[in-house]
Each structure stands twice: as structure tokens, then as C-alpha cells.
Design a protein. Sequence first.
Length: 260
Amino acid sequence: TTPRYVHVRVTPLDDELCLAVVNDNTESRAAEQSRREFAVNVSHELKTPVGALSLLAETIEDGADDPELVRKFSKKMRKESRRLSKLIQEIIEISRLQGGGSVLEHEELHLEGVVHEAIEGSRLGAEAKDMRLVTDLRERPTVVGDRDLLVMALRNLIDNAIAYSDEGAEVVVSVGARDGVASVAVIDKGIGIETKDQERIFERFYRADPARSRETGGTGLGLSIVKHIALQHSGSVALWSEPGVGSTFTFKLAVHQEGS
Ligand code: ADP
């Protein structure tokens, strides 16, 4: 069994009796530990792009009279800045989602509308890799939730499907509903995920292939944001994947019943 952390306070009442108050603070200690780890990870993650930016700036200074070099390194600086700004944005988002500080909207939404908005947001990224995003509307369920957060979750899944597939590949986004559960499946024929990584990729900053994630501008926070958005909607995210075959991420949430 896992150890529990308890705080015991004993107060003597008289010569024979005393009052003992036992406080189990295992959960709060775990939360505190997780906050500390997050802070360490965040500083580590921020150091990488900041270090790269500083090095690139130095290189530009040294070779200021070579316009080709200046152009090349400025471009790299722009890429690092974009990564840094995405990272900061996602850190804020995840702190908001985890801290319970976010107030969720509860709107009635047509799931296909949410899917279309997410696809529109990812379209440029797909075009840059000559990829097609295909929608497969099997059902047209209505759900209740926060539109912006749901779009963010689906965009993360679609952007990953694009990032971890080869150029020219196709990503299918399928909308279904069964037994009161609405689902959006994002299906790719990309590199896939090994079994040993499948559980861990929803953890903050966990990447199956750090070099590839870095190359695609990944932050390692996307899936953890998706998981939290699902939990906040009393939903879930399921994963099927096979290396070399592809991955399917299925985001599920309750169908809104008319009149409820
Ligand atoms: P990242 O910003 O690195 O993409 P995520 O949290 O979105 O971070 O994903 C975590 C890791 O899961 C990725 O680094 C990658 O290794 C793996 N991953 C996520 N989506 C896919 C996918 N569709 N195909 C293959 N691997 C994926």
C-alpha cells in the first residue's frame, strides 16, 4: 500500500483524557509535490528557447556583415519566439484548468459546428504539409459545454495528427453518437505511439520523441490540456495507436438530451 501522510495533534483534556485530532493530508502533499514538479519543469522548458534565442542573437552580432546568415538566423529566432509564446500561453491555460480557476460556459452546442471551427483553425498547418482534413459526420449530436475550450481540445488533437504524420497524408475527423455519448475521433496514419508511451503522453511535458516534438514546435502540454478539458466536461479521451500504422484519439462527452 502507498504510505499516507497524517498530522496528529494531541491536546490533554484532563489527567486521564486527551483529544487527538488526526489529519490525513496525503492528497494536499501530493498536490503540493505536483505543483513543485510543474514549476521545475516549466523553468526547464522555458530555458531552452530563451537559451536558443540568446545564442542566435550572438551569432547574428558576430556575422552582422553577412546578410544571408542574418536572414537565416533571424528566421530561426522567429521560430523560437513562436514556440516560447505558445509555451507561455499553454502554461497559463493549464494552470487555469488545473487550478479550478476557470469558469466554464455551459452552452448548448452542435458538435459539428465545434468540429468545423477546430478544422478551420488547423487548415493552414495542414496545407503547409500538403495534407487534407476530411470530416465524416455520422451523427449530429448536441452537447453542453464551453465552445472555446472544446475547440481548443479538438484543435490540439488535429494539430498533433498533422504534426506526427508525413507530408501529403490525410486526417479524418469523425463525429458520432451512441448510447448517449457523443464522440469526435481524430484519425491519422502517422508515426503512431508505442504501448509504453500511450499512458504517459497525457502527462504534462511528456513526449514520446522529444526531438520530433521540438522540430514540430511542440510544447508537450497539448494532450494534458485536452485531458483536462475533457475532465472539466465530465468527458474522456481514449487512444488507440500502433507504431507505423497511425493513431486515433477519441474525445467523448455526454449527448445533450432535449428538455434536460
Ligand atoms: P507535443 O507538443 O510534444 O505534441 P502533446 O502533449 O500534444 O505534446 O503530445 C505529447 C506527445 O504524444 C508528443 O510529443 C508525441 O510524442 C505524442 N503524440 C501526440 N499525438 C500524436 C499523434 N497523433 N501521433 C503520434 N504521436 C503523438
